[in-house]
Ligand binder design. Structure first.
Ligand SMILES: NC(=O)c1ccc[n+]([C@@H]2O[C@H](COP(=O)([O-])OP(=O)(O)OC[C@H]3O[C@@H](n4cnc5c(N)ncnc54)[C@H](OP(=O)(O)O)[C@@H]3O)[C@@H](O)[C@H]2O)c1
Length: 343
């Protein structure tokens, strides 16, 4: 097949959802080591909303297409590829976590090393919710947290996309878990994975944990930053670890606040007795392709076997991405939002 004409969502300038537009584009033959993919489903994460606003640390310049994760079908691939694996064939379904956003598109051209085959029978919509959130959870729990069965941990925002992935994988690892959340139904949601609920709007997590875990917790997983970082550090047991994977900053200052937060976490690590670490999955994928491929393969197998059960909040046509961002900002969608091309 030669040139493909397709549509994608482009953020034309940083700001509100009005700057997101469908545009037509073309995709030429795949270059060496690449495949062209017809996108079936793309997951929507909070990171996409931050990037649209211009508030993301690994910010792409405008115009750009958001989206870190997708499931698609291979159209064709570089015909000169030496020894292609048996699964690599036109029509094969693959899942991908991107290192640079671009998933909100009908077609995309990607390096072959990034394509992970989808297990037979796994629903593409469900699979599209796995790559970013669950790889982040693997990075936080294993690479940086190094937690073990029986460890007690605090998951900030356990009701969110990454928070739920941490909760599910944490339950499978035999962790004792506390989680902060505030959304309606949060307590029941956290209880599904055995996470003890702390309502962060009414309760101070440090007070709760001092009372219930006087010896401290082994790990805190945080994406909020700010004043909570010092408290999180204080609730750690000796030898414990604070893993930060994002920093919620002031609107318009999020990048500067993220840089400041990351510097604080690094400084805290100079103190003896406890550890701090930063998780940044897009960079970790680039640095260690083996980790990425093995991790995503394992996670997709777990999803196919029903061992991980991501919650799809809603499914929408790709071209309605702007409305989905707006609904997420109004907190009207609970669970993952998925964009699809087959409607
Ligand atoms: N480091 C990485 O590689 C990486 C990868 C993926 C995502 N991220 C980042 O991780 C963060 C979360 O992403 P996501 O997609 O999981 O977002 P999400 O689905 O919107 O979840 C965010 C959660 O944070 C909770 N929350 C908000 N304010 C809070 C507070 N003050 N204290 C405790 N919890 C609070 C919310 O809980 P309620 O709704 O219950 O109030 C919500 O469940 C984002 O900043 C994203 O950019 C980083």
């Amino acid at each position: 097949m030669s040139e493909i004409t397709y549509r994608k969502i482009v953020v034309e300038r940083f700001g509100g959802t009005e700057a997101m537009r469908p545009v037509e584009a073309t995709l030429g033959e795949p270059p060496p080591g690449h495949a062209r993919i017809r996108v079936l489903a793309a997951g929507v994460g909070f990171t996409d909303l931050m990037a649209r606003s211009g508030d993301y640390l690994l910010q792409r310049k405008v115009p750009f297409t958001p989206g870190y994760e997708l499931v698609g079908e291979i159209v064709d691939f570089d015909s000169g590829t030496p020894r292609p694996p048996a699964w690599l064939a036109p029509g094969a379904r693959v899942a991908v976590a991107l290192t640079h956003m671009a998933a909100y598109a009908e077609y995309i051209c990607l390096p072959l090393w990034q394509l992970v085959p989808l297990p037979d029978g796994l629903d593409p919509r469900l699979a599209a919710t796995v790559p970013l959130d669950y790889l982040t959870a693997l990075s936080v729990l294993d690479t940086h947290g190094r937690v073990e069965a029986g460890n007690t941990v605090l998951i900030q925002g356990a009701s969110g996309g990454v928070g739920q992935a941490l909760s599910r994988l944490g339950a499978l690892r035999g962790l004792r878990m506390y989680g902060t959340a505030s959304a309606p139904g949060g307590e029941e949601l956290l209880a599904r994975h055995g996470v003890a609920f702390i309502d962060y709007r009414r309760q101070d997590f440090e007070t709760v944990l001092r009372e219930r875990e006087p010896g401290g917790v082994h790990a805190v997983f945080d994406h909020i930053g700010g004043a909570g970082l010092r408290k999180a550090y204080r609730v750690l047991a000796p030898g414990g670890v604070l893993v930060s994977y994002a920093f919620a900053g002031r609107p318009g200052h999020m990048v500067a606040d993220t840089v400041r937060g990351a510097a604080r976490v690094k400084l805290m690590n100079l103190r003896p007795g406890r550890r701090t670490a930063l998780s940044m999955v897009p960079s970790e994928i680039k640095k260690d392709r083996g980790w990425y491929r093995a991790g995503l393969e394992r996670l997709l197998d777990m999803a196919a076997r029903g061992e991980i059960t991501p919650r799809i909040g809603s499914v929408h046509p790709l071209m309605r991405a702007a409305e989905v961002h707006a609904a997420l900002e109004r907190r009207e969608i609970t669970g993952k939002a998925v964009l699809v091309t087959d409607v």
